[in-house]
Ligand binder design. Sequence first.
Ligand code: G
Ligand code: MN
Length: 397
Amino acid sequence: MSDARASTSSASVRPARVLLVDDQDALRRAIARSLTRAGHEVTEARDGSEATQLLGARRFDVVVSDVTMPTVDGVSLLRAVRERDLDLPVVLVTGAPTVETAAEAVEYGALEYLIKPVEPAKLDAVVRRAATLYRIATTKRAAFDLLGHAGPRAGDQAGLEATFERALAGLFIVYQPIVRAATRTLFGYEALMRSVEPALPHPGAVLDAAERLGRLAELGRLLRARSIEPLADAEPEAQLFLNLHPSDLDDDALFDRKSALAGIAGRVIVEITERSSIHDVKDVRARVARLRALGFTVAIDDLGAGYAGLSSFADLEPEIVKLDMSLIRDVDRTLTKQKLVRSMTSLCSDLGMLVVAEGVETEAERDCVVSLGCDLLQGYLFAKPARPFPSWTWGPG
Ligand code: G
Ligand code: MN
């Protein structure tokens, strides 16, 4: 990008504290040497988990990470970094670029996405630019703290609060159709949060910020209220899928019989994700039973994306199971995925549960998951999430 400019115009001669992550020892050492020669202070990590530990223990100005590594890969590391620090620049370096990782890298705010081999001079320029941008970001926060607030406050906390407030103000809801495989008709829409705040660019970041600020319940209420607002304009038979954070189950407002949401409970499916643990919620079963008693339908979201294994099934007894898109991606070309999806659909149909295939992007994936017994389909192939209510197509063929 603008490295050439950065290297010539950069006034920054301060060395950057670089966390360098790569599982290939020889390559990592070579890069470390060249960065050290360029005047930087380099700490090496062999993988993402070692890097995460170092991030907890020391301060860095920039993270330079390989993408493909065992256990914790570069993109997961990028997410871990964003959980701790909204500004710390991450430069991803890959030997095997894919559109998918590039897109994820952008989504989670990687500063640069470089292809190996990277010239030492170029890496030096990128690192300098990154470190400078980081300083600008922290300075901006400090300035905001000084000018925008009276009284002593933790800079990071204040920065995060301000960012979160802007995210709340710029929050909006998009909807993605979910269609029936058997009849090729609309089943409902999933409501998805979006934010225009660049510092919290994706729903996960907004949720993390809310969690750190102890404002998850408030965010959940806002999202639920916003999500049902346009429902009067939807097809009357359309169901509404709502994402709940496990902590929402602790919020009494969710169980209020007189709420607008409870009033339409019969068309609402609450999705509880497998991505975060429901073990922290007290009396999960009783809480979920109360939701059912109010008329809500329960779905497990992101199944296959990890964490809960099958124990969440026992706790939630969902009516609907949403298979994570990682299981659906290339399912038509991946035998192991086909076997997994097939076992899930047959198990679920034994239990009377409907299965949704999430993230269907191609006709081949669509036809494959239909033949494997998925009842409901969702994904870019049919429609991207959009303001209410996007039209959709079955796709060509
Ligand atoms: O975690 P949950 O399943 O609620 O999140 C769904 C996310 O997946 C949304 O942010 C939505 O924009 C995205 N999404 C929906 N359909 C597709 C798809 O076909 N491909 C990809 N890559 N993402 C999708
Ligand atoms: Mn969902």
